[in-house]
Design a protein. Structure first.
Length: 248
């Protein structure tokens, strides 16, 4: 596992970057990464990219093992619930997907967490119950910010402060977090994660910078702010979260 402090230190500098950042590996905006023998193969990133295919942006990560095979152990309660995620931090402003502007680092994430369901609009397992699908992989937009209450130098999904009414996306899942549950199509096949984001879901069609991260998060044991903290960073495609990728 990579040090979470590295994640936040780099993230703070990354949040200041603009879409002029280019990949440093001569891959036309893609990020190639070396194998990391100390990282579980399902989270060991070796390639990430964001490309335009017709009316969609396709967010990709490739790992050394089989994607999506490892899930958090269920503890049957929200307090302390764990989350595994494939994440694409971006240079996009939070307003690009319907949040209030300038709220933090906007990231796309594909997540799984067997102890709670945060996609109330969707019935992922088609059993007629929209509230029992957290153990199925699903997509989110999240806004990440630092909070030492999560651990020195750690990140969290930004909390919505009591008494405030920020601008939120239409598919916000009614949680006190800057999180969106848009229900994007995705595939988990062999060593590759793909999430298909309609171009219409982003407020503009200009190129942007990105990185790739695999991470673990955890719900606060007291179930209050900070509610959802980044607790483990498994791998970072660039190695330093400098957002060297460039959407194509």
């Amino acid at each position: 596992m990579k040090n979470t402090n590295l994640f936040i230190i780099s993230a703070l500098s990354a949040s200041l970057l603009t879409s002029n950042a280019y990949a440093h590996n001569k891959s036309h905006g893609h990020i190639q990464a070396p194998k990391s023998p100390d990282v579980a193969t399902e989270f060991d990133i070796i390639h990430t990219k964001v490309t335009t295919e017709g009316s969609h942006l396709v967010f990709q990560q490739a790992v050394t093992g089989k994607v999506g095979t490892k899930q958090p152990q269920a503890n049957r309660k929200l307090a302390g619930a764990n989350v595994f995620s494939y994440v694409w931090p971006t240079s996009l402003n939070s307003s690009a997907v319907g949040f209030q502007a300038d709220q933090g680092i906007l990231a796309l994430a594909l997540t799984v967490h067997p102890d709670f369901d945060d996609t109330p609009l969707y019935d992922e397992d088609n059993d007629g119950n929209k509230t029992n699908d957290g153990d199925k992989w699903h997509s989110h937009w999240v806004v990440l910010v630092p909070d030492n209450a999560c651990g020195e130098g750690a990140l969290k999904v930004k909390d919505i402060e009591k008494g405030t009414s920020p601008i939120l996306p239409a598919t916000w899942p009614n949680l006190p977090l800057f999180i969106d549950s848009p229900g994007f199509d995705f595939t988990l096949e062999k060593s590759e994660v793909l999430v298909r984001v309609p171009l219409s879901a982003i407020g503009f069609n200009e190129s942007f910078s990105f990185d790739g991260v695999t991470a673990g998060l955890r719900i606060n044991q007291q179930v209050h702010a900070p509610l959802l903290c980044v607790t483990d960073v498994f791998d970072i495609a660039s190695g330093d979260l400098s957002l060297p990728g460039k959407s194509q």
